[in-house]
Design a protein around this ligand. Structure first.
Ligand code: PGA
Length: 252
């Protein structure tokens, strides 16, 4: 059984006071909920303060990106051990905004996944096609390339620790969600790829989140799909009311 996993990606939003206030509200609302795994991904500079606010809660903390080295002359970068030091147990890797605006490549994603796993972080590895790729019916080809690139030479035992997040780029922050059918089709394809790369048992145990305009109103039908195991949520994770409603609505 794959435990549902919902993570809030706060992106470049919320300063310390707002972030801590939101974290405290979530910790209170989700207290005792043990049938779902939860995490939030704040801006690097507020991680430590949010970690303190989430202490003794059931909400994990995630970095929004990570570098593949732990130390050295890499000005501006944050390594896996630094994330752990700030209180993180998770890290988002390969988000489409990193790929689109900051030159993230499949090879970089692969190196980051390996470094994160080596440090004991749970990676959320994002993949997804752009609008023109979908329109040209290249979706599955793009997903195939991103998946194989991300997982290159990662052994099975390590791959089992990864969560995949399928986020069609055209659905992120646009209010346009993939229909549950569109999302399920790609999720099933990702699971088939995992079975090909590893084996069916590994494919059956790796969680695949959906991301892209997930809201309290559409989470239920997405979660009802057999291969959707959770969500990576941007906009709707920035307000306590909507994230709490979304998480509650995700449960059967
Ligand atoms: P969104 O963002 O929910 O605002 O569409 C999702 C994401 O980028 O992870």
């Amino acid at each position: 059984m794959r435990k549902p996993f919902i993570a809030g990606n706060w992106k470049l939003n919320l300063l310390t006071e707002e972030a801590v206030a939101l974290a405290k509200k979530l910790a209170l609302a989700f207290k005792g909920m043990d049938n779902i795994e939860l995490a939030v991904a704040p801006v690097f500079t507020v991680l430590y303060a949010v970690a303190k606010a989430l202490k003794n809660s059931n909400i994990g903390l995630a970095g929004q990106d990570v570098y593949w080295e732990n130390s050295g002359a890499f000005t501006g970068e944050v390594g896996p051990e630094s994330l752990k030091d700030a209180g993180c147990g998770y890290v988002i890797i390969g988000h489409s905004e990193r790929r689109e605006y900051f030159g993230e490549t499949d090879q970089g994603v692969n190196k980051k996944l390996k470094a994160a796993i080596a440090a004991g972080l749970i990676p959320i590895c994002c993949i997804g096609e752009k609008l023109e790729e979908r329109e040209q019916e290249k979706t599955l080809k793009v997903i195939d390339r991103q998946m194989r690139g991300a997982l290159m030479s990662i052994p099975r035992a390590e791959a089992l620790k990864i969560t995949i997040a399928y986020e069609p780029v055209w659905a992120i922050g646009t209010g346009k969600t993939a229909t549950p059918g569109q999302a399920q089709e790609v999720h099933a394809f990702i699971r088939k790829l995992l079975a090909e790369i590893y084996d069916q048992e590994a494919a059956d145990s790796i969680r695949i989140q959906y991301g892209g305009s997930v809201k309290p109103e559409n989470i239920k039908e997405l979660m009802a799909q057999p291969d959707i195991d959770g969500a990576l949520v941007g906009g709707a994770s920035l307000k306590a009311e909507s994230f709490i409603a979304l998480v509650k609505n995700s449960l059967p």
